[in-house]
Design a protein around this ligand. Structure first.
Ligand code: SF4
Ligand code: SF4
Length: 65
């Protein structure tokens, strides 16, 4: 079964991904990454691996494998 990997250090906190996820699977960290952004997190219980976050993210934060 595939799953989504999040490369948190690449995230710039734009939240485009959360806007397209129709499973409400994406939330944002309370802590910031090294670049100073609260980063995306995927709830594996909700995620259906649809790939929309992967498609919309301008910073290649997601990998679906
Ligand atoms: S679209 Fe990409 S860069 Fe923007 S918040 Fe989501 S994971 Fe981070
Ligand atoms: S793969 Fe789809 S369901 Fe999973 S977090 Fe991304 S947009 Fe949401």
């Amino acid at each position: 079964m595939s799953e989504v990997t999040v490369y948190a250090e690449k995230c710039k906190g734009c939240r485009y991904c959360a806007g397209v996820c129709n499973q409400d699977a994406i939330s944002f960290s309370e802590k910031s990454n090294a670049a100073g952004y609260q980063f995306a997190q995927v709830d594996p219980e909700k995620c259906i691996q649809c790939g929309l976050c992967y498609t919309v993210c301008p910073d290649c934060v997601f990998e679906i494998a």
